[in-house]
Ligand binder design. Structure first.
Ligand code: F6P
Length: 359
């Protein structure tokens, strides 16, 4: 008898269901043993409180194209893993106990950075865990790509496309705020795909003078409108310098919900142009996975199941240089993957005339 647990943790994204389908199908198709599948509800919460559903092959049929997660998700317990829940429950011992009570052979964790950190902690406790790289943000260290990323780029790009027509009709400047938390992967890719004029990402702090200059240059060349794509975590050079100096400010650094509005106000004041804001928000995480995400999610699920059937644990499935691989959890837990300001795409975007507001 093989017993596996599944949970989806952190912000949801497209292709979570596709990934679970691939894990379960692969396990069923490649063993002669009976298989029991336990789906924990709402991420680690389900594991902490023993909330799960016994599932079988049929539960994972017909979900390849479905967005969201059939298990539900939550952000618990990303922070303060060693402090008890509000009701006094100690998280790590509770998770260990529930894992053991079900006699699980492995727990598959579909999650981003916080979830991987927790999974690593469970590994240290002696549990068999395998992680799968989920997040629209693509900020998971140790893998070139995460599932959810390309679907989110598509949604964000469509938003930029739609804004283009109205921006052009009215001759306005638009600031479009794109998700990505502390990194700029989605804004960079969607900005290039959607033909943005300015792209502001956390990895390249901007100076407002340069943003204004870029808009004015475009106007001088006959452009009636401008599109600024800003990451929700975009920061100015002044703010970046302040965070470097002030430890508290660095700790407090978080995504400002109003970043696009602040930028819009300043641009309007300094250019005298009509400026509007568009925020696609959580639509970037919603809806069906695109074909690329479905394929990558399937690869991740198959590889994770393969590792499980080989009896190997304690790693995250990843894609590096086009190849599927396994990266040890202890090497990646707690690390973020940032956009390299010197990467090819940034260089090419600059050559095309896209401003990053830094020069
Ligand atoms: O990590 C995915 C993400 O959508 C980020 O891009 C964003 O900053 C955050 O989650 C939003 O979180 P929530 O869904 O909790 O508002």
């Amino acid at each position: 008898m093989l017993r596996i647990g599944l949970l989806t943790s952190g912000g949801d994204c497209q292709a979570l269901n596709a990934t679970m389908r691939a894990i379960v199908k692969t396990v069923y198709n490649n063993t002669k043993e009976d298989v029991e599948v336990y789906g924990f509800k709402d991420g680690y919460q389900g594991l902490i409180y023993g909330r799960y559903r016994k599932m079988d092959w049929g539960d994972f049929s017909g979900i390849l194209t479905m967005g969201g997660t059939i298990l539900g998700t939550s952000r618990t317990p990303f922070k303060r893993i060693d402090t008890p829940e509000a009701d006094g429950v100690e998280k790590v011992p509770a998770m260990r106990k529930n894992y053991k009570a079900l006699k699980l052979d492995c727990l598959f964790v579909l999650g981003g950075n916080g979830s991987t950190k927790t999974a690593n902690r469970l590994r240290e406790e002696g549990l068999n865990v395998i992680c799968l790289p989920k997040t629209i943000d693509n900020d998971t260290f140790g893998t070139d790509i995460t599932f959810g990323f390309t679907s989110a780029i598509d949604v964000a790009t469509r938003c930029i496309d739609d804004i283009h027509t109205t921006a052009s009709s009215h001759g306005r400047v638009f600031v479009i705020e794109i998700m990505g938390h502390k990194v700029g992967w989605i804004p960079l890719y969607a900005g290039v795909a959607g033909g943005a004029d300015v792209i502001l990402i956390p990895e390249i702090p901007y100076k407002m003078d340069n943003v204004v200059k870029a808009i004015e240059r475009r106007e001088k060349n006959g452009g009636r409108f401008s599109i600024i794509v800003c990451a929700e975590g975009a920061i100015s050079q002044e703010e970046a310098a302040m965070r470097k100096k002030d430890y508290k400010a660095k700790i407090a650094q978080r995504v400002k919900p109003s970043v696009a509005y602040d930028i819009a106000e300043e641009v309007a004041g300094r250019t005298g142009k009509e400026v509007r804001v568009a925020v696609p928000g959580h639509t970037q995480r919603g809806g069906q996975p695109d074909a690329q995400d479905r394929i990558f999610a399937t690869q991740c699920g198959v590889e994770a199941a393969r590792g499980f059937l080989e009896g190997k644990f304690g790693y995250m499935i990843a894609k590096v240089g086009g190849k599927m691989c396994r990266v040890p959890l202890e090497d990646i837990a707690g690390k973020l993957k940032y956009v390299d300001p010197k990467s090819d795409l940034v260089r090419e975007a600059r050559m095309l005339g896209i401003s990053f507001g830094d020069e």
